[in-house]
Design a protein around this ligand. Structure first.
Ligand code: FAD
Ligand code: NAP
Length: 346
């Protein structure tokens, strides 16, 4: 494995922030990952594992090793008649996997169409969209344990999946380097249209309800609202949708009858963070090259040569105004690097 020095990460993060890695390498297999871990141990370096950089904020140069997972490939490892289990390399692009599965007649991830990023990062925040989360199709994953340098297999319970969260963002942050993800997909063409917008869009497109048309509708909806990172730097939703107690939701609804809220686990409700931010007047605000997207207030953007510090300062002001107006605390979704006392582990 080749280890490069002073490597620019500008093309490797979807915000397009300029930051360089003291050392940079690509891992094509778990043996490469172990070699990289030995290297950081020997030199006492920090490590950032990177997929496609679509959920990170790089604030400054990274003093240690940045390891990009680059092993792609999909293989069928189990067939139970009505379902298959596939094993996918961490470096595989997520949306290409969705398309491949639809071509094969393997269903369950069509609602997750067009989510940027790699398969290896998908368990990290239990990616979700339009009523489906990775955990719904997750079988297991294989990862190198940074403490033992052994390859371990973790199942769904081990991964502690929650709303845009998992073991890998929580107590074991940085411990496991995910090399393969195993998913179990249905061969029955059932669809999930719990999010009404999908059925409406399928009808608008004049399509019959199939997993393929769900994917087409999701792609269409996403493209119409979300900035393409190839054109405008962004990391998707900058804040998670806050989950609050039903009692607080009732109080807020008295004050704000248009509040956008959905029932969550019993006793709790999820608020649309984008609506809260829009109500505070932030939608479409632009300050030099940093701003809030005009079509989706949950997405912060870098129009060109914006700085990560300015983006984080704007995020802080947005958080404060939502706190003041609604007494609701927003939590950031992307992870900030390098980890520092100013930007500690979330
Ligand atoms: P990176 O940004 O490279 O890494 C993210 C985190 O995972 C980092 O902490 C990194 O260290 C860690 N990581 C990456 N790979 C590994 C690995 N192999 N092993 C261990 N740790 C690893 N997310 C959603 O959930 N739903 C959406 O609908 C959605 N829409 C988006 C739309 C846009 C336009 C954008 C830009 C982003 C969106 N996201 C969404 C966020 C993002 O796409 C996902 O979080 C995605 O899974 C990140 O993948 P990545 O490979 O880019 O990860
Ligand atoms: P939207 O449809 O305008 O809805 C706003 C919010 O309300 C969503 O965030 C969603 O929460 C929630 N919601 C909508 N319908 C719901 C239902 N029937 N039941 C429960 N909750 C409902 O959202 P959008 O911005 O266009 O995004 C569409 C989907 O793509 C969402 O699922 C969103 O999470 C996902 N997305 C995620 C990112 C990211 O970076 N994380 C970026 C873009 C889009 P949920 O977010 O919990 O689904």
């Amino acid at each position: 494995m080749q280890i490069l020095e002073n490597y620019s990460l500008r093309e490797l993060n979807t915000f397009g922030f300029e930051a360089s890695a003291r050392y940079f390498a690509e891992a094509h297999c778990s043996a490469d990952v172990v070699e990289a871990l030995r290297f950081v141990r020997a030199l006492d370096l920090s490590l950032l594992v990177l997929g496609e950089g679509s959920n990170v904020v790089l604030v400054s140069d990274l003093p240690g090793l940045v390891l990009k997972l680059a092993n792609s490939g999909i293989e069928v490892v189990g067939d139970a008649g009505n379902s298959v289990t596939i094993r996918v390399g961490a470096g595989q692009n997520w949306h290409e996997l969705v398309r491949w599965c639809l071509d094969q007649g393997y269903f369950g991830i069509e609602n997750l169409s067009l989510i940027p990023g790699s398969v290896g990062a998908a368990p990290v925040q239990n990616i979700g969209a339009y009523g489906v989360e990775l955990k719904d199709v997750f079988h297991s994953l294989e990862a190198v344990d940074r403490e033992t340098l052994e390859v371990v297999t973790l199942n769904g319970d081990d991964c502690q999946f929650a709303y845009r969260d998992s073991l890998f963002k929580g107590e074991a942050r940085g411990r496991y380097i995910i090399c393969h993800v195993n998913l179990t997909l249905s061969m029955l063409p059932e669809v999930n249209t719990r999010y009404g917008a999908i059925a409406v869009e399928i009808e608008r497109l004049g399509l019959v309800l199939t997993p393929q048309s769900v994917s087409a509708a999701v792609c269409q909806l996403r493209s119409s609202k979300l900035p393409d990172p190839a054109e405008i730097g962004n990391a998707g939703s900058f804040f998670k949708n806050p989950v609050i107690e039903d009692a607080q939701r009732a109080e807020l609804q008295q004050q704000f009858p248009d509040l956008v809220a959905y029932s969550d686990v019993p006793g709790y409700s999820k608020l649309a963070a984008g609506w809260l931010i829009e109500q505070c007047g932030w939608k479409g605000v632009r300050e030099a090259d940093i701003g809030v997207h005009a079509k989706q207030a949950l997405v912060l953007v870098n129009y060109g040569v914006g700085q990560a510090e300015d983006l984080l300062a704007l995020a802080e002001r947005i958080k404060e105004s939502v706190q003041q107006r609604f007494a609701v605390t927003l939590e950031m979704e992307p992870t900030i690097y390098p980890v520092s006392p100013v930007y500690p582990t979330p």
